[in-house]
Design a protein around this ligand. Structure first.
Ligand SMILES: *Cc1c(COP(=O)(O)O)cnc(C)c1O
Length: 369
C-alpha cells in the first residue's frame, strides 16, 4: 500500500496557491507603485476590513502584528503601567506579552468548562479585587466569549473591554461581529489565521473615533502631523505589500469560513458517540472554526496515532500561561489546566477536501475502536 498523503494541521501555502494569480497581480501593482509603507492599499484595506467587522469606516487601523494591535489598543484605551488587566491563561503568550508591554499586570480568569472561553462569573470575582482597568477576552478557536455578560460585568466595574480577535475574523455573538463589541479589538493576520498575510500584520478595530486616532498616532512615533509627536509612540506600521495581499484574501474570507464550518459539521457527525468531547457552541454564538478542538484524556496517544497516519494536529495550548516560566503566578485555574492537558486541534483549514476530513474521522474512530 502506498503511503497516504500528509494532511497538515494548517496549510497557509495551499490557500495562497488557490489565489496565486490575484496575489501576484496585487504584488506587481505594489512593486510598480513606488509606495511601500502606509499607502493607498493600507488605507483601502482599513476601510474594507472596517466594513467586514461592522465598525465605522475610519475606525480600523493597520499595524505590524496582532501583539502590537493588542498593546496599542490597551494604551489607546488608557491602560498604563501598574494597572491590572484581566485575561485568560489558555491563550498564546502574545496576549499576555501585550499586557506586559504596557507595564500592566495580567490577572488570569478561569474559563467556562463548556466553551473554554472566559467565564463571566469568574471575571466578576477578579474585578471585585479592584484596580482592573481592562478586560481582554480571547475568542478562542474562532468562537467568541460571552460578550453580553462580559461586557455587563466589565461596565459595572468601570473596566474597558479590548477583544483579542486574532482567531475570530468573521465570528459573531448575537449577530454582532467579533471586534464590534469592546472599546477596541485586536486582529492578527499571521499566515495561519483565518485571514492571513504572507508575513506579519495586524489591525485595531474600534467604534471610538478618538481611540482609533490615538492608535493611528501610536503606530507611527506618536506623530500627529509628519515629524511632530503628540505623545511617545513607536513604529508598528502595516506595509503596502501585506495590505494588498490581505485585500485579495479578504474577498474570500466569508466563503472560506463557510468551508471551515462544513468541515466542522462533518467532524461533528463523524465523531459522534466517541468518548471524546466535541466543541460546544454557545447559544447565540457563530464560530468561524479557526480550530476544531476536541478534548480527551488520551490526547497524547491519539495525537501520536494520527501522526503515524500522516495526519497533523496541534495542541493550543499545552501549558497555560500562568504556569509558564516567564509568567508564572500563584493562581489556581483547574478548568483551564485540565483543558490544556486534554485539548487537541484537528485540521479544519479551508483547503482540506471532504475526503481528507473523512480520513481524519476514520483515523480517530480507529483509535477509539
Ligand atoms: C496569533 C495570536 C496573537 C498574536 O498575533 P501575532 O500577529 O502573532 O502577534 C494574539 N492572540 C491570539 C489569541 C492569537 O491567536
Amino acid at each position: 500500500m502506498s503511503e497516504a498523503e500528509a494532511i497538515p494541521a494548517a496549510d497557509p501555502g495551499a490557500l495562497v496557491r488557490r489565489h496565486a494569480a490575484e496575489i501576484r497581480a496585487a504584488m506587481e501593482r505594489v512593486l510598480a507603485s513606488g509606495h511601500y509603507v502606509l499607502g493607498p492599499d493600507v488605507a483601502a484595506f482599513e476601510e474594507e476590513f472596517a466594513r467586514f467587522v461592522g465598525v465605522g469606516v475610519g475606525a480600523c487601523v493597520g499595524v505590524a502584528n496582532g501583539t502590537d494591535a493588542l498593546e496599542l489598543a490597551l494604551r489607546a484605551a488608557g491602560v498604563r503601567s501598574g494597572d491590572r488587566v484581566a485575561t485568560v491563561a489558555n491563550t498564546v503568550t502574545a496576549t499576555v506579552a501585550a499586557i506586559g508591554a504596557v507595564g500592566a499586570e495580567p490577572m488570569f480568569v478561569e474559563i467556562d468548562d463548556a466553551t473554554m472561553t472566559m467565564d463571566p462569573g469568574a471575571l466578576e470575582a477578579v474585578l471585585r479585587g479592584g484596580k482592573v482597568r481592562a478586560v481582554v477576552p480571547v475568542h478562542l478557536y474562532g468562537q467568541m466569549a460571552d460578550m453580553t455578560r462580559i461586557g455587563a460585568v466589565a461596565a459595572a466595574h468601570g473596566a474597558v473591554v479590548i477583544e483579542d480577535c486574532a482567531q475570530a475574523h468573521g465570528a459573531a455573538w448575537n449577530g454582532v461581529a467579533a471586534g464590534a463589541w469592546g472599546a477596541a479589538a485586536a486582529f492578527s493576520f499571521y499566515p495561519t489565521k483565518n485571514l492571513g498575510a504572507l508575513g506579519d500584520g495586524g489591525a485595531v478595530a474600534t467604534r471610538d473615533v478618538a481611540l482609533g486616532e490615538r492608535v493611528r498616532r501610536l503606530r507611527q512615533y506618536g506623530w500627529q502631523t509628519r515629524y511632530v509627536a503628540e505623545e511617545g509612540g513607536r513604529n508598528s506600521r502595516l506595509d503596502e505589500m501585506q495590505a494588498a495581499i490581505l485585500r485579495v484574501k479578504l474577498a474570500y474570507l466569508a466563503a472560506e469560513n463557510a468551508q471551515r464550518a462544513a468541515h466542522a459539521a462533518a467532524y461533528r457527525r463523524g465523531l459522534a458517540g466517541l468518548p471524546l468531547r466535541l466543541p460546544i457552541v454557545a447559544a447565540g454564538s457563530r464560530p468561524v472554526w479557526h480550530q476544531f478542538a476536541v478534548r480527551t484524556g488520551k490526547r497524547d496517544a491519539l495525537r501520536a496515532e494520527l501522526a503515524a497516519g500522516r495526519i497533523g494536529t496541534a495542541v493550543l495550548y499545552p501549558v497555560p500561561v500562568h504556569q509558564q516560566p516567564a509568567y508564572r503566578c500563584d493562581v489556581a485555574l483547574p478548568l483551564t489546566e485540565r483543558a490544556c492537558s486534554e485539548v487537541l486541534c484537528l485540521p479544519v483549514h479551508p483547503t482540506l477536501t471532504a475526503a481528507e476530513v473523512e480520513r481524519v474521522i476514520a483515523a480517530v474512530r480507529a483509535f477509539f475502536a
